[in-house]
Design a protein around this ligand. Sequence first.
Ligand code: FAD
Length: 414
Amino acid sequence: MAERIVVLGGGTGGTLTANRLRRALPDAHITVVDQDDRHVYQPGLLFVPFGLTHPEDIVRPRGRQLHRGIDYRECPIDHVDLATDTVVLADGSSLQYDVVVVATGSVLLPEETEGLTGPGWMEKVFTFYSLEGAAALEASLTRFERGRLVVNVVDMPIKCPVAPLEFCFLADWYLRERGVRDAVELTYVTPLDGAFTKPVASARLAGLLAAKGVELVTEFNTGEVDGGAGRLIGYDGREVPFDLAVVVPLHGGAEFVGRSPGLGDELNFVPADEHTLQARAKANVFVIGDASNLPVSKAGSVTHFEGEVLVENVKRFLGAEPLDASYDGHANCFIETGFNKALLIDFNYDTEPLPGHFPAQVGLPLLKESRLNHLGKLMFQWFYWHSLLPGRDIPGIGAEMPAAGKETGAAQNH
Ligand SMILES: Cc1cc2nc3c(=O)[nH]c(=O)nc-3n(C[C@H](O)[C@H](O)[C@H](O)COP(=O)(O)OP(=O)(O)OC[C@H]3O[C@@H](n4cnc5c(N)ncnc54)[C@H](O)[C@@H]3O)c2cc1C
């Protein structure tokens, strides 16, 4: 009998996994389940508020991204019964599996922060982390000419931890282009003790914020957003006033994980082996992308690199072979800095983002603003639809982090 593989989620990870599995296991029966038919190219959300792209340019139908021979079911997942290897859908139907891949990403939980969705929500308090939020923010930003613009991360983990910093850099550019930058105070409010998590990159990014006149408020744990009075209130009593707030809400795993006994942790993320991506819950469960609780960035690049190892391991599991433990935590991210420039960072579990070049001594500059990196960021959307999702390898960008080109001495100098 053909092996039955069910992929939960038809976003970045689910789509690329199903497409790679289709090639790797031609006889398997593969089903992808998602709750809607709107695949959003999420890195594009950053550009929507500045009018640099539009919602209709970053959304495509989900089913059309899947290769022929993959079944697509559009229905919310209700829960997974690990004991009977069954996925139960919201319409009451169920799917039996030999292997299940959890690729249901993370969800935004704005209602978890007091006041965030209260008065002022979508009027002077926005998020660009959803399509609707990004579009509504665009309409508000075009009218914003003076006052205090605050960008706030409520808590980690969040998707693409550099995206709120990119928002600050682009806001600085956008307000300058419109000739109103001098009338706007721009502030970045983060729960971290610096601009970013890793020391070398954090120092470089804090330097860039300062150079662009963006005030940095650190170790601020947002307890309440008072949209009426226009202030963020920290658990320690500190307040940050705003006229316009751009908030990245708390993230959690998909809700159905909480209804699936034994599958997830207290935030509904799925614990898994850091190197094989096999879930701790049961041997025939694998996890990819934002849905996992691995100590990696919640990023499309991570999801892409994980995909190669995950597909190999599903194949090995079904063939009763030892798993491949080669996923090294590789992450790679362009950081848009405005004025047609961007930085690039590349790192893994053991190596923090360092200066140098990617992927070798000649290549894109790391941790340094350049036009080449900006073009790389823009071109990535094409690669996403035509190479990453179809499950093709992108030349020069492999799952394993390249060490050549990195200035390892830089870590000691900071
Ligand atoms: C503003 C922004 C900017 C970003 N920029 C970058 C960037 O520059 N570089 C980068 O690498 N990454 C970036 N990312 C992150 C990247 O988009 C995600 O990490 C990536 O999409 C994760 O893939 P995933 O498959 O884990 O989750 P997703 O692609 O989010 O897919 C999860 C899927 O599961 C489905 N699902 C969830 N629950 C259920 C349910 N109960 N039933 C049925 N279906 C369900 C959802 O509908 C969704 O389709 C950005 C993200 C944001 C928000």
